[in-house]
Write a protein that binds this ligand. Structure first.
Ligand SMILES: [Cu+2]
Length: 194
């Protein structure tokens, strides 16, 4: 019996280590899903875009939209023209998390890459931008992009970094984050352009 004691003790220590590691792991892991879950519940900022106009010009109104990563948006798409149009923005769509698309009485969940909006129709796209960048928007009906139905969608670094001046309030100032270098300047230039 005595010879078993050291082994039991060693197993005990091992179990202790494993528990400690598991505890740390579980403490670190939930931060991401928790963030997404809380973002999914925050009130949505409503943004509107018209596909075409009543004069049947081939335009997006507005043709430049800016979003902040981590914030929740409700993008309302409507079509006040006499012909159908597309909201085609695959790379933009890849850079965000879609919570839902609400169109008529149908609610669609899952990844969305493109929306077809018929004359008089209206759709609501609820999403949380994830990946900062500048993305192309167009209508893929032949001839429409060329005629001017194109735009730019920008996702800026968002929540938690707003303090260093998105929108040009603290010009030239930036904060250095561990391992991330200096990004304030770059972002400033981007937002000033827009
Ligand atoms: Cu079109």
């Amino acid at each position: 019996m005595n010879s078993l004691k050291p082994i039991v003790k060693r197993i005990g220590t091992l179990v202790g280590y494993c528990c400690a590691i598991a505890f740390l792991w579980l403490n670190l892991l939930p931060s991401l899903p928790t963030q997404a879950a809380s973002a999914a519940q925050q009130p949505a900022t409503e943004v509107q875009i018209h596909l075409g106009n009543p004069a049947n010009e081939l335009v997006f109104v507005p043709n430049h939209l800016t979003f902040q990563a981590g914030k929740r948006y409700s993008l309302i798409l409507d079509n006040p023209s006499d012909q159908k149009h597309y909201f085609t923005a695959k790379d933009f769509a890849d850079g965000l998390w879609t919570q839902k698309v609400d169109a008529g009485n149908v609610e669609i969940k899952g990844a969305i890459h493109e929306l077809e909006v018929r004359p008089g129709a209206i759709a609501q796209w609820v999403f949380i931008p994830q990946r900062p960048g500048t993305y192309e928007l167009r209508c893929r009906i032949p001839g429409h992009t060329e005629a001017g139905m194109a735009g730019v969608l920008t996702i800026e670094e968002g929540v938690g970094r707003r303090e260093w001046g998105v929108g040009g309030k603290k010009k030239g100032k930036g904060k250095r984050e561990k391992g991330k270098g200096f990004q304030g300047e770059e972002l400033m230039n981007q937002s000033v352009k827009g």
